[in-house]
Design a protein around this ligand. Sequence first.
Ligand code: ZN
Ligand code: MN
Length: 477
Amino acid sequence: MSAYFPTMGLEIHAELLTRSKVFCTCSAEFGGTPNSRCCPVCSGLPGTLPVLNQKAVEYIIKAGYVMNCDISRFTKWDRKNYFYPDLPKAYQISQMPRPVCLSGTVNINVNGEDKVIRINRIHLEEDAGKLVHDDVNRISLADYNRCGVPLIEIVTEPDFHSADEVIAFIEKIKLLLQYAGICDCKMEQGSIRCDVNISIAPKGSDELGTRTELKNLNSLKAIARAIEVEIERQEELLESGERVIQQTRRFNEQLGETTAMRSKEDAHDYRYFPDPDIPPIIFTEEELDEIKRSIPELPEQRVARYVDEYGIKKADADIIVGDKRVCDFFDAAIAQYDNPKAIANYIIGELMRRINLGEADMDALKFGGAEFAQLVEFMQTDKISQANAKTVLREMIDKGGSPKDIADRDDLWIKEDNDLLAKVVDEIIANNPKPVEQYKSGDQKVFGFFMGQANKALKGAASPKAIQEYIRKKLSE
Ligand code: ZN
Ligand code: MN
């Protein structure tokens, strides 16, 4: 057991899903040929003037509401000055003393326990460009496509004491932003990036230790590992009588270690001053109310509705709501076939199993919720056996198509007439006098043997119920 406990706070940058950038009309979409989505404003040419994107302001207000923040009735923009080659203006338009959102809360659940994380502030700012380092030719190239993409920066209070809490929080934030429709949260594309402030103190101490900041972590795995490694490093320092120096550190995933980038700067190092080109905003109550009303149903409410209205188990509802793509798929499915429980079961039991096996990909499914629902309905109404439904689903995953067409083509329906059933079962009974004797002398266990044989021979052409009834009838003759 360690003699220290860690304390952490987060700064999360999330790119907003606006079509254009925050101060110009260039596309804010990810990617593109380097420097093809730039104009004089976002590449920082002198004499250009920024115009604030209204959608971006609307989105940060939504973010504030879903994280239970106070929305400032008066908000303004500031210049954060620093020189770095990914920032052609040499300042970032951000918000210092008057951010849009202040003091919120977000509920998380960590290993079964509820916890409230406090939000200090959320502000709106612009993203910087991207540097591509070419180690072979020893040059660095600048791509300014990302310059001016709107970001919200979510700053938490130092409320985290384990990596598990941090991960649970980021997952919750991702869900909230996705459901509110303001960020796609693709960490692999940098839509969400996380800085972790981290310090350790002796157990029982009221004071926080000196903190370091881990910069730009962009996967949950990297975040968890970086926290673990940094806590170890700080512990070793303190144990050997040294001090932790306040600094910004980078996590090297390959080496599994953090290295110093620079000594930590304070706010005054950035020489913040009000941006003279962007006027402050005063929101009216009507404007804020309208934005608040436009927020769609959030994850917690959805889980509650699925449990209350549809009778789905809480754990299952959590799984479905835990991935917005799955949740949208589920909604589309129940719109087609009103049997939420059966659809939820088949999504979790079969579709998500295939996804976890890597056989299917939610982003590239070749069928929609409606087709999936038809398949579930065929099963529920004894038109397709469970085994054949799996065959149909596999075909849908591989090639797409409607379950009806696939079942027609491959003759996978349960047959209405019982001639085949009778023929098959009669034959099995005639060929197995010994088990028949056993059954008749009271050994019920052999019934499973007949079921197995019949299922194998019928290949889904009769429903399990019909098979069962017919075998029972024949054996009692
Ligand atoms: Zn531009
Ligand atoms: Mn920032």
